[in-house]
Design a protein around this ligand. Structure first.
Ligand code: EPU
Length: 294
């Protein structure tokens, strides 16, 4: 039986019993019992400090576009609802962690600032992009990251420049109780038309190779070093393999799509089947790229 939450936590903006189907792009999962949506950095800090004091674990949710939730989540879930303000200083843009990642790359393109074109089709929040070091087309967020702000798992506010080892392929140290608050990207003066053209080319590539019209969570598995998870799954003959309404996309084998009424259990089974088959055919152990909550 989960224990009651303390009063100071309950004073922060929150909602009860929100289905994860509404909080994730994949559209499956159980119920989020406690969804905390602080609107200021101060409230975020109060949330973390209250949880630390109570010894209460919590999870951090961004745009829910890289997440597969398999069960009900009884512990508090934090989803930032900071003001949607982007600050421009010269060629630098600063955004809060709850800002849309695609929107930030559009802001940059409109302002004639080059460097975020790769991010044009990457969904989710800037905080999620930071946490995962989101990337595409050979570029990743850390390439343009100048400074970032976060709370430590103890609730201490830190703002710093990225250092070697802090960000790798689809990985950063901002896990386990860290909360990303925002970041500044260092871009370059560019030609708005040329930037828009690069964005259009990237979006076109994405549109033709990825099943964007179906509910999905992006690529499900990490690319093993020197290889492609999509190709390995494809060569294992799994395109179109379906369990209920969960399917290995016929367009891109590293996308699992929800045809409308898939359940978390169907996705769990589909992911396990894909891993087993790829292990049997190629001798390769695929590692999830998405976050899995259970
Ligand atoms: N391929 C197949 N069959 C498939 C899918 C891909 O043979 O079903 C082959 C392609 O023909 C290509 C190779 O595999 O030769 C790589 O495919 P693709 O260019 O689509 O790139 P990817 O490695 O599958 C990565 C990222 C994507 C990102 C694209 C574009 C990972 C796990 N995936 O995909 O990121 O959008 O490059 O840069 O790193 C994500 O992170 O969620 C994601 C979708």
């Amino acid at each position: 039986m989960p224990r009651p939450l303390p009063d100071d936590l309950l004073k922060l903006p929150h909602r009860r019993d929100v289905p994860f189907a509404k909080l994730t792009t994949l559209g499956v999962g159980g119920t989020c019992r406690w969804l905390f949506e602080p609107t200021t950095e101060g409230e975020v800090q109060s949330f973390v400090r209250a949880c630390v004091r109570e010894g209460l674990p919590y999870k951090v949710l961004g745009g829910g576009s890289n997440l597969v939730v398999l069960d009900d989540i009884e512990i508090p879930v934090l989803r930032l609802a900071l003001p949607k303000e982007v600050i421009r200083e010269g060629t630098r843009l600063s955004a809060p962690a709850s800002y849309g990642h695609i929107r930030l790359s559009q802001d940059a393109a409109k302002a004639g600032l080059a460097g975020l074109e790769f991010a044009a089709g990457i969904p989710g929040t800037t905080g999620g992009a930071l946490r995962m070091n989101a990337g595409a087309y050979g570029r990743e967020l850390v390439d343009v990251l100048q400074t970032f702000r976060f709370l430590t798992p103890e609730g201490e506010l830190v703002e710093k420049r990225p250092e070697p080892g802090e960000f790798r392929y689809r990985w950063s140290f901002l896990t386990g109780g860290h909360v990303a608050l925002g970041y500044t990207v260092a871009l370059a003066e560019g030609d708005a038309e040329a930037i828009a053209a690069t964005v259009a080319v990237n979006m076109e590539k994405r549109g033709t190779s990825q099943p964007l019209s179906k509910r999905n969570a992006g690529c499900i598995f990490k690319n093993p070093t020197g290889s492609s998870a999509g190709r390995l799954i494809d060569q294992a003959g799994l395109k179109g393999f379906r369990i209920g309404d969960a399917e290995v996309s016929p367009e891109h084998a590293n996308f699992l799509v929800n045809h409308g009424h898939a359940t978390a259990a169907e996705f769990a089974e589909l992911m396990a089947t894909v891993r087993e088959k790829v292990r049997a055919v190629h001798g390769v152990e695929l590692e999830p790229e998405v976050e899995i909550w259970r």
